[in-house]
Design a protein around this ligand. Structure first.
Ligand SMILES: [Zn+2]
Length: 92
C-alpha cells in the first residue's frame, strides 16, 4: 500500500512535468501571432485575368473589384517575379 502511494506520487510528478512542458511549448508557440502578421504583410491579391497588371494590398481594393476573374492571394514575391505584376496605384 505504501509502495502504491509512492508510485502514484511519481506519476503525479511526471504529469506535472508533462503539463509544465506543454505550457512552455505553448509559450513558444505564442509567436504565431507574429508570424501570421508577417504573412499577411507579404500576401498580396491579384486578379487572375490575363489583362490584370497589378497586385493589391487589400482584397477590397477598387481596382480588384472590377475583376471578373478569380482573385488569388499570393506572396508578394510571387506577384512580382512569377506574375510580373506591379503595385496597384490605388491601394499602394
Ligand atoms: Zn489595388
Amino acid at each position: 500500500m505504501k509502495q502504491f502511494a509512492r508510485s502514484a506520487r511519481v506519476h503525479l510528478l511526471i504529469s506535472l512535468f508533462v503539463i509544465a512542458s506543454a505550457f512552455s511549448t505553448g509559450y513558444i508557440n505564442a509567436t504565431p501571432e507574429q508570424i501570421s502578421y508577417k504573412q499577411t504583410e507579404n500576401v498580396v491579391y491579384i486578379c487572375s485575368s490575363p489583362k490584370a497588371y497589378a497586385y493589391h494590398k487589400s482584397k477590397s481594393c477598387r481596382g480588384l473589384n472590377r475583376c471578373s476573374y478569380e482573385v488569388k492571394s499570393i506572396p508578394k514575391s510571387e506577384a512580382t517575379s512569377k506574375y510580373k505584376r506591379s503595385a496597384c496605384k490605388v491601394c499602394y
